[in-house]
Write a protein that binds this ligand. Structure first.
Ligand code: P6P
Length: 346
């Protein structure tokens, strides 16, 4: 007889929330769960209601804004504003940070990517929402009050809109995973106290970026492929949707890497609302992360949409990445030969 999930997201938060955060943080995470259900309803109908395709706008990242990006962003902002828990927020879809009107303001700062991987919407592949939460001792007045290092977060999480809708959040000590029952309309606890496996089983990277990779990344990938020579110890899994790749790696024991490269000279992924929350979750689950020499959580953000190199997942693989990075820094690795001139131009 399959075990029937008993605990809702709200019940779990109230029972397990460290005493110091009972109340407003519990309410905030629950409200983020409400926003997730609202976005999930739109994502599930993307092919039916006209939310496919682009709005014709280009966001601060220089990316075409998909209709569903806009819906997810507006939903998140509205729910957070009405929660009474949020003083300020920063979104991947908004050029600047947003201050909640005093009458509605609460004690937390929320940074979020409302819909990451949206280029996968039209092909019905998994996409997700990523968020990070900071306590605000006082109401943010300036951008500097929003540019907080990830180490200051009190909670972080993501929602994956995949074969099921899954809500994952961490409060620093543990990671809990909930699955939406669309019939009931509630998230039920499905993986309590989630821990990432110690053994690496899969690698997520866009290998077609290899011509742009630094020597350390090529060295790391060569080492990982070498592990398969005697037996098939590892496999490659990469969806091009950060949340989907991260979630699979968290469950199965994987490592995701997107380094600074010659194409993305500051990295591709955003520090504040993509890498920091996922690094926070990975570490709470017993994993690790690095930008090359240390955790992205220790980087002092200089601007809202700052990018970074990122390796996250099984701690042993992250340690190998840092070792290869150090070797390159010491000048021990040969740089990539320049690309051969196209045929006919020899
Ligand atoms: P590339 C999606 O746009 C995203 O931000 C992440 O979800 C994903 O991991 C990455 O970009 C994919 O980038 O350069 O491999 O297409």
């Amino acid at each position: 007889m399959p075990r029937v999930a008993q605990t809702t997201l709200t019940q779990h938060i109230l029972h397990n929330q460290p005493q110091r955060f009972r109340g407003a943080l519990s309410t905030l995470i629950t409200q983020i769960g409400v926003a997730a259900k609202m976005i999930a309803a739109q994502v599930r109908r993307a092919g039916i209601i006209e939310v496919w395709g682009e709005t014709g706008e280009v966001n601060v990242q220089g990316e075409e804004v998909q209709r569903l990006d806009r819906i997810a962003n507006d939903t998140f902002i509205s729910v957070l504003e009405q929660s009474g828990c949020v003083a300020a927020m920063a979104s991947e879809e908004e050029d600047d940070w947003l201050r909640v009107p005093a009458a509605l303001a609460g004690d937390y700062l929320v940074v979020f990517d409302p819909l990451d991987g949206s280029s996968n919407i039209d092909v019905s592949a998994s996409i997700g929402t990523i968020f990070g939460v900071y306590a605000c001792p006082s109401r943010p007045e300036r951008l500097e009050d929003v540019l907080r290092p990830g180490r200051d977060m009190v909670a972080a999480g993501y929602v994956i809109y995949g074969s099921s809708t899954v809500f994952v959040y961490a409060d620093g000590e543990r990671v809990d995973c909930f699955t939406l029952d669309p019939v009931v309309g509630e998230f039920f606890l499905s993986r309590p106290n989630l821990r990432i496996p110690d053994t690496l089983a899969m690698v997520s990277a866009n290998e077609l970026n290899e011509p742009y990779w630094p020597a350390w990344t090529r060295g790391l990938m060569g080492e990982l492929k070498e592990r398969n020579r005697a037996r098939r110890a590892l496999t490659g899994r990469h969806m091009g949707s950060l949340v989907a790749d991260f979630h699979r790696n968290l469950i199965k024991g994987g490592v995701f890497l997107y380094p600074v490269d010659s194409h993305n000279k500051r990295g591709k992924l955003r520090l504040l609302y993509e890498c920091n929350p996922l690094a926070f979750i990975a570490r709470a689950a017993g994993g690790a992360d690095t930008w090359g020499e240390g955790s992205v959580l220790d980087l002092a953000p200089e601007h809202l949409h700052q990018r970074t190199g990122f390796v996250v997942g099984v701690a042993e693989a992250v340690a190998r990445a840092e070792d290869w990075y150090a070797r390159e820094r010491r000048g021990e690795l040969a740089p990539l030969a320049p690309p051969a001139a196209p045929r006919g131009e020899r």
